[in-house]
Design a protein around this ligand. Structure first.
Ligand SMILES: [Zn+2]
Length: 430
């Protein structure tokens, strides 16, 4: 057995909570979320090609209202439209101006944490199974898909933006456009971010997070699913583990159910656009979906529970705040993409090295057996340490990671030593 402390698998035991995070969670308002859902559904449709010249209906009114709501939070939020002109293609049947709505809360460092929902909607004609992508005037209230995610983003922007908590990470609250036509707003934004090498540590995407009763009549108001891309060591999986663990501490009684796949079967969401460009990101979706309401005129506020949505907002807030207050993750991969993990001087030890992180007062070294999904063992070493050898521990049989911990006990995401892909060998024959 490996020398280390066995990690207590019940995260409710022996884990403290941070009073700043608790104070933020207490500000989340069920009533405010309910009112926001009503307002968003009240625009009639938020179809990408719907009208932009009415102050009360269509996507133009909706995006201006979201912009104004961000603005009304106060001077800490930097609010803007992230605007693109999109040519006709696929489900976009005419040239259209597309606007993501963005609110940035600057932190001490440039690293960013995103929380998102998409504010556009679509609905099939009543009684039809077929989409008419050019038909922008059909009623498409989108209360749950994705008024719920948009309301959650607006509520977190209000709570975080109005607080006086200083975060290390810069927070980005974003309502995406053009999701229904193929993740268009998120793809354009993520592409630009990747080109400009914007450091994005985490992306919390919320899409359909307000419904409690599934289309099959089953109900679950006490859990939410979090989907994350593989492999098991990916930063997205590590983000998912973090969310589950902090949820257990800060929102007890509301379970985060991790699903080890990028999204629901055969489907994608705005986080996918970020994942494809190398950014860690997960998707939140309610436990029991009602497919009969989605993309129809029946996706009304009656299908959304503001109490349930508020619990999901608190899970997001706990995950975001605890990461944004904590130090950055240590670098454990070299500039050339090689893991900083060696077999030690004997050839049979595990020697881990990592880069020092400003603000870290300790490092948490974790490891698990190669077939385990969760970290099983840990050791804490003081700040200033950048190397640890575990004698007679096989780097082939175990997976390793390091997190930076600050004075308040807040931990960064674990950075895992990821096995690099092998180069493909081609053999020539005669
Ligand atoms: Zn959606």
């Amino acid at each position: 057995m490996v020398a280390g402390t066995l990690i207590v698998t019940n995260p409710l035991v022996g884990q403290s909570v941070d009073s700043r995070v608790v104070a933020l969670l207490n500000e989340i308002s069920v009533e405010r979320l309910a009112t926001t859902i009503d307002t968003l559904a009240g625009f009639g449709t938020r179809h990408t090609l719907s009208q932009t010249d009415s102050p009360t209906a269509g996507i133009g009114a909706a995006r201006q209202w979201i912009f104004d709501r961000f603005r009304s939070t106060g001077p800490r939020l930097q609010v803007s439209f992230d605007t693109y002109r999109v040519a006709p293609q696929g489900r976009i049947t005419r040239e259209v101006e597309l606007r993501n709505v963005v609110a940035v809360l600057p932190g001490r460092s440039a690293r960013r944490i995103y929380v998102s929902g998409h504010y556009d909607t679509v609905a099939r004609p009543e009684g039809s199974n077929r989409f008419e992508w050019e038909n922008a005037d059909l009623p498409a209230p989108g209360a749950n898909d994705d008024g719920s995610g948009t309301a959650l983003v607006l509520e977190l922007a209000r709570v975080f933006g109005a607080s006086d908590v200083e975060f290390d990470a810069t927070l980005v609250f974003i309502a995406f456009a053009g999701e229904e036509e193929g993740l268009i707003g998120a793809t354009l934004h993520a592409t630009r971010a990747a080109e400009e090498k914007v450091p994005i540590d985490a992306m919390f995407n919320n899409d359909i997070v307000g419904g409690v009763i599934g289309g099959d009549g089953s109900a679950d108001s006490r859990s939410v699913r979090v989907f994350s891309e593989g492999p098991a060591d990916s930063p997205s999986r590590q983000l998912a583990r973090h969310i589950r663990d902090v949820a257990a501490r800060y929102v007890p009684g509301h379970e985060v159910r991790l699903v080890a796949r990028a999204d629901r079967f055969g489907r994608g969401g705005d986080h996918t656009a970020f994942n494809q460009r190398g950014y860690p990101g997960v998707r939140f979706t309610e436990s029991r979906e009602n497919y009969g309401r989605q993309h129809t005129v029946a996706d009304t506020p009656a299908g959304v529970s503001a109490e349930y949505l508020a619990r999901n907002a608190r899970v997001n807030a706990a995950g975001i705040a605890s990461l944004a207050l904590a130090p950055a993750s240590p670098l454990v991969m070299s500039d050339r993409g090689r893991p900083m993990l060696r077999r030690g001087t004997t050839g049979y030890d595990a020697t881990l090295t990592w880069r020092e992180v400003p603000g870290a007062t300790a490092y948490r070294i974790v490891w698990r057996r190669g077939w385990a999904l969760d970290w099983e063992f840990e050791r804490i070493v003081p700040g200033g340490t950048t190397e640890l050898t575990l004698p007679s521990v096989s780097i082939d049989d175990y997976i390793f990671g390091v997190a930076a911990v600050d004075q308040a006990g807040l931990s960064s995401l674990v950075a895992a030593y990821v096995n690099p892909p092998r180069r493909r060998v081609e053999i020539q024959t005669r």
